[in-house]
Write a protein that binds this ligand. Structure first.
Ligand code: FMN
Ligand code: SF4
Length: 651
């Protein structure tokens, strides 16, 4: 048993008894068809309920057709939602997990949809991030939306959910009304503080009137929007003090961030290396101001930390959303004291919010089953053929995932790695200034999992046809990764030209004036530039993309840009490398084709992607058993494909 007694103590929120303090906050799964949750959403939440979470708040459900954020937003106002919600409620209740819905209206925040509906907002003040100019709401529009909140709450109750959370966070509609900057109305819903608060007060009153007292109702808010012209913690305290005087609230769920600006949006789903639990102290200030139970989340990944947050009175319930995406069984493991078997979130954003922004169903870089429970849990439960021998070559993320999955299924596994340590590309990433936590945590997850299973791990050994044949495999999995790409252009082999892999190990060999040529807009060129600038070098970054870090998730890109500006890296988009002749490095504008000659430099760093190592998979074909290539040696892509192929290669 663990000693996380506070985290695993029950608590009553409104009329809802929670068995523990762990919360999965609202997050879109994109498992919504025509406004209605699909069975894949039920399976997704069942996995987390089975794993022990105390409370699930379902993803944002629009309370009115004008409030849809994307095509995949739940239509919370549509009666058809009742049966889908009932299926989810019945399923998670079997595990004593409680479930709320989130009542949502995006206001001027309309992200994407096949038909982009006209955005409604208090006033015609644009949202910069989604380039939306909204239509000011008439008083009759306001009343319709308030009725939508009331109707959606009633449908949630009829479906058997335990409560609702009114979404006032991240600069969505209620926050747009209370913001002095966004709300420029001159009627009873604008102007004075009381007038700007009228909308949320009337929403809460209408919701209570429609659900009665035997239901749980609270709000979610960003204590600090962390954006220019946004609300601060001091504003939040004032808002909470006023609101709890006007209406009853069973809880306040405290978060951070604002959807309408690039830098504010980072805090909707903060990436690493943003500090763990950085919103918890704001939770405490709101708890003191409102004297109602407070939930707090954002980068809380460790149950020990969650226990401390509750024990020190910063919050009553702790949001651990991505922690549960990565490891749905985290609560049960933590309660049993099996901390070494918990897999921790790395804050990469790639497949959770990254998928959402690409309109794909939710996934997870570390847990390829997340979002695919219906399909993959069944496959994983099918017993593998008895006594199969699996040989995996390469202990990077793809090979490790394959070896671990096969071993967990009881197969006889040998893992061969030519380096003296596991990790592959992760060992490079851990030297990159802003990827260090990500790589360290992922490696640590892998290492602890390796300790739990039976794998014959051969480090520092180069696999050959003979050595693999001697192991008498039934299946060979090749995960040998990739090497840096160098385009065949004049001067490319000049000793002043380095690959990005060299930056973190051979920075002494580089001169003071460094040019980074980036081809793919991924993490590597940016990290190299930041690394060298922090060493005091004069760095210029050229990217062949439309903008810097184009292929990195937008929230992480914000952090990269902040860091690049802070260390004074000069940045230019739309250039690739043409040639290097003598001291003249010629770059080319990708649109005008104009060459530009650069003479003021000492070293050039190439961040140009990687080339698959295909040789071994070709020769291992001679062993006479199936050979499957996975990860970068199949084709260089990202961590997500590596772990997914690792898992699927052995199923
Ligand atoms: C895929 C995804 C979708 C999200 N959708 C919502 C949402 O519908 N409503 C909301 O209030 N927050 C949403 N969030 C934010 C989460 O509720 C949570 O605040 C965020 O993930 C940070 O907490 P964590 O570090 O525990 O993951 C979403 C997060 C993710 C990862
Ligand atoms: S995709 Fe990355 S950030 Fe998202 S839950 Fe998985 S590990 Fe965490």
């Amino acid at each position: 048993m663990s000693n996380l007694e506070v985290l695993f103590s029950p608590v009553t929120i409104g009329t809802t008894e929670l068995k523990n303090r762990i919360l999965s906050t609202a997050h879109q799964t994109n498992h919504v068809h025509d406004g209605i949750p699909t069975s894949a959403m039920t399976a997704y939440h069942e996995a987390r309920a089975k794993g022990g979470v105390g409370l699930i708040i379902l993803e944002a459900a629009a309370v009115h057709p004008s409030g849809m954020l994307t095509t995949h937003t739940i239509a919370g106002y549509d009666e058809r939602v009742i049966s889908a919600y009932r299926r989810i409620a019945d399923t998670v209740h079997r595990y004593q997990t409680r479930v709320f819905s989130q009542l949502f209206h995006g206001g001027r925040e309309v992200a994407s949809s096949t038909y982009r509906n006209a955005a409604w907002a208090p006033s015609a003040v644009p949202s910069l991030r989604f380039s939306v100019m909204p239509r000011p709401m008439s008083v009759s529009n306001i009343h319709d939306v308030i009725q939508g909140f009331a109707l959606s709450a009633r449908l949630a109750k009829e479906a058997g959910l335990d409560g609702v959370e009114i979404c006032c966070s991240h600069g969505y509609l209620p926050a747009q009304f209370w913001s002095e900057h966004v709300n420029q109305r001159t009627d009873q819903y604008g102007g004075s503080f009381e007038n700007r608060m009228r909308f949320i007060v009337e929403v809460c009153q209408a919701v209570w009137a429609s659900v009665g007292e035997d239901f749980t109702v609270g709000i979610r808010m960003s204590a600090d929007e962390k954006t220019m012209d946004g609300t601060t913690v001091a504003d939040a305290v004032k808002i909470v003090e006023y609101l709890v005087e006007q209406v009853h609230l069973d809880f306040i769920n405290v978060t951070a961030g604002d959807s309408s600006t690039y830098s504010g949006s980072t805090h909707i789903v903060p990436p690493s290396p943003i500090e763990h639990a950085y919103v918890a102290s704001d939770g405490f200030r709101v708890r003191m101001a409102g004297a109602v139970p407070v939930f707090v989340g954002s980068r809380i990944v460790d149950p020990v930390e969650a226990d401390r947050i509750v024990a020190t009175g910063q919050a009553d319930v702790v949001g651990m959303t991505r922690a549960l995406i990565v490891d749905p069984n985290m609560p049960n493991k933590a309660q049993r004291g099996e901390m070494r078997s918990v897999n921790y979130c790395i804050g990469c954003l790639q497949a959770c919010i990254g998928h959402y922004h690409r309109d794909l169903p939710i996934g997870c870089v570390q847990n390829p089953v997340a979002g695919k429970e219906e399909e993959l849990e069944r496959k994983l439960s099918e017993r593998p053929r008895q006594g199969r021998r699996v040989v995996v070559v390469g202990a990077g993320p793809a090979g490790l995932k394959a070896a671990l999955t096969a071993a967990e299924r009881g197969e006889d596994v040998t893992l061969i790695e030519e380096q003296p340590r596991i990790g592959g590309l992760l060992t490079l990433m851990r030297r990159a200034p802003m990827r260090q936590e990500l790589a360290d945590t992922m490696l640590d997850n892998f290492a602890r999992n390796l300790d739990r299973v039976q794998i014959d791990l051969k480090l520092g050994q180069r696999a050959s046809v003979d050595s693999v044949r001697q192991l008498k495999p039934d299946l060979i999995i090749v995960a040998t990764g990739a090497t840096p790409y160098r385009p065949r252009i004049p001067g490319i082999d000049d000793p002043r030209v380095f690959d990005v892999d060299d930056v973190f190990t051979r920075s002494d060999a580089m001169g003071d004036r460094v040019i980074v040529m980036d081809l793919f807009g991924d993490w590597s060129g940016v990290e190299a530039a930041i690394f060298m600038a922090r060493l005091g070098k004069n760095v210029t970054l050229y990217t062949a993309r439309l903008y810097i870090a184009e292929t990195v998730h937008q929230y992480l890109r914000n952090e990269y840009l902040k860091a690049l500006y802070a260390v004074g890296v000069a940045m230019h988009a739309h250039y690739d490398m043409g040639s290097l002749v003598g001291d003249v490095l010629t770059i080319r504008n990708l649109f005008t084709y104009e060459p530009v000659a650069l003479r003021e430099w000492d070293s050039v760093v190439l961040a140009m992607g990687r080339v698959p190592r295909t040789h071994l998979s070709e020769v291992l074909g001679g062993v006479g058993v199936p050979v499957v290539s996975i990860g970068d040696c199949l084709a260089p892509r990202t961590l997500e494909e590596a772990t997914f192929e690792g898992l699927s290669s052995v199923l």
